[in-house]
Design a protein around this ligand. Structure first.
Ligand SMILES: [Zn+2]
Length: 209
């Protein structure tokens, strides 16, 4: 068993658009009828879903999904928020998580690990897609103060900058593959709400295959 994953960029199009979703899914050998996605609210709810959940309306108020079944296409969106893929090859099981700063600070990633892996298996692999990087992600002290100092960059006279990739890794407690990561704010090929104010989104799509 394995999984597929895709962090789209501007060349692929805005994953909020059904026609783009269909094109992306078909390129992965899946269809919109295989899809499960949520109304994201920067919360900590992670739901386990099955083939019976595919193709319906978006699942209310959910920022993370887990499945153990083949052919269930899990998807999350984000413009600057980290999108995280977790893979437990022993399950086998996968999770996709929309982990913006609010969800990160509230613990959505440990919650995703708990749902993914009810019994400790020790084999989970984590992957991070494009999100705002520490080069660009200035935050206020009220946000910085909710994260470990190891995830905050400080320079004299400037506002603190949050290192979201580091915050993801610290929250999970395992190393994260950053091979697909770029800073959305300063990478022109990425959608970035902070850079443009537009709602277009990258998407992370994953399925057990
Ligand atoms: Zn940047």
């Amino acid at each position: 068993m394995s999984f597929v994953h895709l962090y789209t960029d501007r060349s692929v199009g805005d994953l909020n658009r059904p026609v783009v979703r269909q094109r992306v899914l078909e390129s992965l050998g899946l269809t919109p009828r295989d899809l499960v996605y949520g109304g994201q609210i920067h919360g900590t709810v992670v739901r386990e879903v099955s083939r019976a959940d595919r193709g319906g309306p978006r699942v209310a108020e959910t920022d993370g999904f887990v499945t153990r079944e083949v052919g269930v296409a899990l998807m999350v969106f984000g413009a600057d928020c980290p999108l995280v893929l977790l893979h437990d090859p022993l399950g086998p099981a996968i999770a996709v998580v929309h982990a913006g700063w609010r969800g990160l600070a509230a613990g959505i990633l440990p919650e995703a690990l708990r749902v993914l892996r009810p019994a400790e298996s020790g084999a989970v692999r984590a992957f991070l897609g494009p999100c705002a990087g520490p080069c660009c992600y200035e935050v206020g002290e009220e946000v910085a103060g909710r994260f470990p100092e190891a995830a905050v960059r400080r320079e004299a006279g400037g506002r603190p900058r949050l290192d979201l990739p580091a915050a993801v890794e610290l929250s999970l407690g395992i190393s994260v593959d950053r091979g697909a990561h770029r800073c959305t704010v300063c990478s022109p090929g990425c959608f970035s709400y902070r850079r443009t104010g537009a709602r277009d989104s990258q998407g992370l799509v994953a399925a057990l295959a």
